[in-house]
Write a protein that binds this ligand. Sequence first.
Ligand code: EPZ
Length: 430
Amino acid sequence: MDRIRIKGGAPLHGTIPISGAKNAALPLMTASLLTADTLELLNVPRLADVALLLRILENHGVDHSVAGKRPGHTVETGQAIRLSAASVIDTCAPYELVSRMRASFWVIAPLLARFGEACVSLPGGCAIGTRPVDLLLKALEDMGVVIEIEGGYVKAKAPKGLQGAEIVFPKVTVSGTHVALMAATLANGTTVIENAAREPEIADLAECLNKMGAKVSGAGTSRIVIDGVSRLHGTTHAVMPDRIETGTYAMAVAMTGGDVVLENTRPEILDNAIEVLEQVGVDVKMTNEGLHIHRNGSGLSAVDITTNPFPGFPTDLQAQFMALMTRAKGTSRIRETIFENRFMHVQELARFGAQIRLDGDAAIVDGVESLKGAPVMATDLRASVSLVIAGLAAEGETEIHRVYHLDRGFEALEAKLGRCGAEIERIRAS
Ligand code: EPZ
């Protein structure tokens, strides 16, 4: 298995192009199943999760082509992928594929909406809690779907088509909102989703669905209204920038000090995280070139955070923020309210000399003067990049094992950090 080796201590200076968002690309690709026409997606990141979803879609009969390199393209230029679900031959998504990535379960919605049936293995994905699908299934039942769970598979049928419904989520769920939104586009009548997730990726999906002929309003707010239509058509849509990648590099610069412009991104998609970084002592400014992140000699202030659904502080930046707080002046309390088991990076950060103790759903971080490089192991996608952030600031050498987690969600990580002066290299498994 590949490893990443980092020699810590170098401040970051330069520019980092931000990729298309993984968590927008995945539902957008899934939405290709809603139409027999071609959906062309631009700015798709080159990630293991994208490749896996392509395999899953292929298994349903979706044809895809990836445009070749063009003049001026770099390793970070996103891909243009054309997806055509003209002849879906299989409405079953098998365990071998779905168990490797939770978001692949979402194919259940377009398959039901277009074909009235789906058989999808219960999902897997990053080990960050129990992550059930009860709310997704309840939303589909509200729309008239009959569901049986048998042998680890969800067998769902809607012989008379999906019916518009009022769906009230008892808690905010990104997956539930994506599924209900996709299903409702082709339902008979109007669907109202209450307590919908407001994450920007939901609005990005809705924008693409509307370009495909859907009638969605209110996406990005907690009440989404969808008037069902009889068919959707193809379109071209560029995937929005990755807000978690943006926040991650902003925290890396905060950690090492330096001055970096994050290109092709938007500050409003980070919202609360920018305010938090400013409280920590980082300058964040939107300029014509991009999002400017700057910290010079001054130290980091300890700040308390609580993860929350958008526009709150994202759970997907919690591990990175914890890495940052290990070097802050004072004590920071980091509360995780979205996933119950998302502190696996704590014991790995401790290997750098970080002082962190757990207290229920919170981690208490006592900032230390310096971190020391160490061999560490990645445990999930965001946890693994928190180890990169710690390694960039630690004295000496850090080796991160199991980097396949990083490859699921960070495109060209070593290249992007390397061009800003980080001493980082991948050691390929022989
Ligand atoms: C999405 O996961 C993201 N994944 C996650 O990013 C992100 O951490 C999460 O939203 C929260 O922002 C993708 O977009 C592909 P949820 P999702 O449904 O949709 C509970 C990453 O690192 N719940 O909003 O699966 C659930 O257990 C990943 O890129 C139920 O109880 O998250 C959790 O506690 C990791 N029943 C909470 O709701 C359900 O049926 C929020 O989950 C569904 C969810």
